[in-house]
Design a protein around this ligand. Structure first.
Ligand SMILES: [Zn+2]
Length: 433
């Protein structure tokens, strides 16, 4: 059966800043027609486009989804102290906690129009089972470290899991390999992990240059700053998705460009932990691919790409004293097509085009903050800077409707809230004992 989104305003994110009006036809997992003169055929499921706007589903390039179990934990701390508080708590989470935490986060993301996210966390098998229920698309990666003596075993286990799972969930699942950071992985381990990623043509997903302290510590331990150090290890020669990338010097910006490192920019997390200001103009002038991300729910504290768009833009304007930075289309691009490129998935998602997977978010425009509007220009800035996650009406992932009228279709939302409350109470009880 086909799906027809009829007579709707849409922004395909293929380069033109102009909103178009027409219909979008979906058959199976893909968009098969888009534009005007598309007529319904017998048996089509019709979605009315009246007073709505279609965008490519938002792509959240860096998350630790099941950390939703720790939402609100570790407030008002810088990164080092925050990690010292959060990491012992994470060890007390059970496999069931990881599942329900991941499902809660996926539900929150879908209801906010996010159709794909890149995750790095423990027990990604739990995220996989949550995906099976929610229907979201994701790039999963077990966070790896050899600070303890389990680094080798963890790498072996993750590779076995990837090899046995890669064709599941109608292709909605893909994988990355995620050494956590230079301060939590030794040089030999980083080399080994990167070689495993290259041999499978998988992206390496890691935190890079989040704080000045990370740079100082790396310099003290290795005699080099983070980017030259990683480059010297040969870690940056394959596909690399780097979260944060805040504290870089000229030579490191050049390494980023030369190695075509893709960036997950997490403005609200960086602001919350006072990590620093993302040097967007340096990347912009070098043509580096930047996608937008929320980071985990314990350092944000929500999973809302519409907020991230607005924050990213306002932050660049005030930090650089330049109101022309990160204009509406650029912000929307970072949250959609740019994010898809950052995740090396732009051959299948990120734009509304024939042949692409049907990952589509429909916003209701019947809201006070979308008036007055002019479809030729002002609506673009309304979408980037006024839209709220509560405006999300319908979300389609891989050709299937997953959110209808703002509610998840496949998830029993009441049950998730109940389970999360029960499990959180048990978790806090264990923490007190
Ligand atoms: Zn992170």
């Amino acid at each position: 059966m086909a799906l027809l989104i009829q007579d709707i305003l849409y922004l395909p994110m293929t380069g033109s800043h102009e909103l178009k009006r027409g219909s979008i036809r979906v058959e199976g997992q893909r968009i098969v027609a888009i534009g005007d003169h598309i007529v319904p055929t017998w048996g089509d499921e019709i979605i009315s486009g009246h007073d709505k706007c279609a965008l490519p589903g938002f792509v959240n390039c860096h998350c630790h989804a099941a950390m939703s179990m720790l939402r609100g934990y570790g407030e008002a701390l810088p990164l080092g102290a925050w990690l010292a508080k959060v990491q012992p708590a994470e060890k007390a989470l059970t496999a069931e906690d990881f599942f329900w935490g991941a499902l809660l986060a996926q539900m929150e993301m879908l209801k906010a129009g996010i159709t794909c996210y890149a995750d790095m966390y423990f027990d990604e098998a739990a995220a996989y089972w949550a995906m099976d229920e929610s229907g979201i698309r994701a790039v999963l990666a077990d966070g790896l470290t050899d600070l303890c003596d389990k680094g080798e075993a963890a790498l072996k286990a993750t590779l076995q899991w990837i090899d046995s799972t890669k064709d599941d969930l109608e292709g909605k699942i893909s994988f990355a390999i995620a050494p956590h950071a230079v301060y939590s992985c030794s040089g030999p381990y980083l080399k080994e992990v990167a070689a495993a990623a290259r041999s499978r043509d998988l992206p390496l997903h890691l935190h890079i240059a989040e704080t000045e302290k990370e740079q100082e510590d790396c310099l003290a331990a290795t005699g080099q700053r983070v980017l030259p150090y990683l480059d010297g290890l040969g870690v940056l020669t394959g596909k690399v998705l780097a979260a944060h990338m805040i504290h870089l010097k000229e030579e490191e910006f050049e390494i980023t460009r030369e190695r075509d490192i893709r960036i997950a920019h997490c403005p609200q997390s960086n602001m919350k932990l006072a990590s620093g200001i993302f040097p967007y103009p340096e990347y912009q002038k070098r043509g580096v691919v930047v996608g937008l991300a929320t980071d985990g729910p314990a350092s944000n504290n929500d999973l809302d790409m519409l907020e991230e768009m607005r924050t990213a833009s306002l932050l660049q304007k005030v930090a650089n004293g330049d109101p022309t930075l990160l204009k509406p289309y650029e912000a929307l691009h970072m949250a959609t097509a740019g994010g898809a490129r950052a995740l090396f998935l732009d051959d299948r998602i990120g734009t509304l085009e024939v042949g692409k997977k049907a990952d589509i978010t429909l916003l209701s425009l019947r809201r006070p903050h979308f008036y007055p509007r002019n479809e030729k220009n002002s609506l673009l800035s309304h979408l980037a800077f006024c839209a709220k996650s509560g405006d999300v009406h319908t979300v389609i992932v891989n050709g299937k409707v997953r959110v209808r009228d703002g509610q998840c279709v496949d998830i029993d939302e009441g049950r998730v809230y109940h389970e999360i409350q029960q499990r959180a109470a048990q978790f806090w009880q264990r923490q007190r004992e």
